[in-house]
Design a protein around this ligand. Structure first.
Ligand SMILES: CC(C)(COP(=O)(O)OP(=O)(O)OC[C@H]1O[C@@H](n2cnc3c(N)ncnc32)[C@H](O)[C@@H]1OP(=O)(O)O)[C@@H](O)C(=O)NCCC(=O)NCCS
Length: 334
């Protein structure tokens, strides 16, 4: 069987920076509340009519392909993770296939696993490469949350946490033993679907019944039981990281970097303490970008790539937890 390794990473962020002070002007919240509870100081919001979930993914992908030393026509398959697609259907993967402008009609798969979406997608890509079916796969996470958030006081418990952006990596075939994606670990627990969800549009809210439904029921903005999410996240993050380390006979002390999905700085810090990791071995960007859901981890990989923070033989663990509930980890030897 072949191995797979990340050979390029890129990201794209919308230009508009929205600070906590900016949010104070449109809802009853404070910079202090947001910083204390989540660590977030600012986030990016897309410009309507310019940025889309798909085209942000395309921009990130072009950079990833170039850094991998490849061209669009070397890419065999596109996997696109998002919870904020441009169309209800089709998903944005096919739009990226079109926007990249390659000569081939390569396959595009859309993955809906919210905050764990990128690691789920990486795992799918890894399987396709291991079996020899594809050589180079584009794995994208992109989110345009801002158009779907309730940016009023009613939605403040959720809307202050999220931001827009996209990241992408190229996963390529490799024959180096003991390097690349060492393993991926995926989990779900669907009984918690409504702890973090958007009810509609969907089959629970058929349009013909709207007149008989109350406003809360047909609400199309994200709803969350924040404390339940928090309590489950801290347990599952640690579990799924330990699962990845034990599978490969490593301990937390062997890690060069922990790349946590950025749901809340307090969640990352809690897990960091459990793993006894020093600050220089955890990468957080929630302060600048908020929670960018499926885009978070590929944005971090691309930021580390640009800052030359990834060294040969480094051991990194990626981990995510989110809506579904779903959670996942990937252990990488660079
Ligand atoms: C969302 C979260 C930051 C809220 O923190 P919390 O300490 O649980 O806060 P609560 O929801 O209990 O709310 C506390 C108070 O702040 C208020 N509040 C909520 N959002 C607010 C905001 N943006 N600004 C000011 N006040 C706010 C609430 O109304 C509540 O007021 P009350 O006590 O008068 O009723 C926290 O629960 C969390 O991070 N959960 C995990 C979220 C997550 O990871 N989501 C993504 C998963 S991928």
């Amino acid at each position: 069987m072949f191995k797979s390794k990340i050979t390029g990473a890129g990201h794209y962020l919308p230009e508009k920076v929205v600070t906590n002070k900016d949010l104070e002007k449109i809802m009853d919240t404070t910079d202090e509340w947001i910083r204390e509870r989540s660590g977030i100081e600012e986030r990016r919001f897309a410009e309507y009519g310019k940025d889309t979930t798909a085209n942000m993914g395309t921009k990130a992908s072009r950079i990833a392909i170039e850094r991998a030393g490849l061209t669009v026509d070397d890419i065999d398959f596109i996997i696109f993770a998002t919870l904020s697609p441009d169309y209800y259907f089709p998903g944005p993967g096919t739009t990226v296939q079109y926007e990249l402008g390659g000569k081939r009609t390569i396959a595009a798969l859309d993955v809906r696993n919210q905050c764990s979406g990128f690691i789920y997608s990486l795992s799918v890509a890894d399987q396709f490469i291991k079996t020899g079916m594809y050589k180079n796969i584009l794995v994208i996470g992109s989110e345009l949350h801002s158009s779907g958030l309730d940016l009023t006081t009613r939605g403040r418990a959720v809307s202050v946490l999220f931001g827009d952006g996209a990241g992408a990596v190229v996963l390529s075939r490799s024959e180096e033993e003991g390097k690349g994606i060492l393993s991926t670990h995926l989990h779900s627990q669907g009984e918690f679907a409504e702890a973090l969800y958007v009810r509609g549009p969907g089959n629970f809210t058929p349009r013909k019944y709207y007149p008989k439904m109350d406003e809360d029921y047909i609400n199309t903005t994200p709803q969350m039981d924040g404390q339940l999410v928090f309590k489950n996240a801290v347990v599952r993050f640690t579990e799924v990281i330990m699962e990845a380390l034990k599978t490969n006979n490593y301990t937390p002390a062997d890690l060069n970097m922990f790349v946590p999905h950025q749901a809340n700085l307090r969640i990352s810090q809690f897990v960091q303490r459990q793993l006894k990791l020093t600050d220089d071995r955890v990468y957080n960007n929630i302060q600048r970008l908020g929670n960018t859901t499926a885009a978070t981890i590929p944005i971090i990989i691309s930021e580390m790539w640009e800052k030359n923070m990834i060294k040969e033989n480094d051991l990194h663990v990626l981990a995510a937890f989110g809506s579904g509930f779903t959670w996942a980890s990937a252990l990488i030897k660079w």
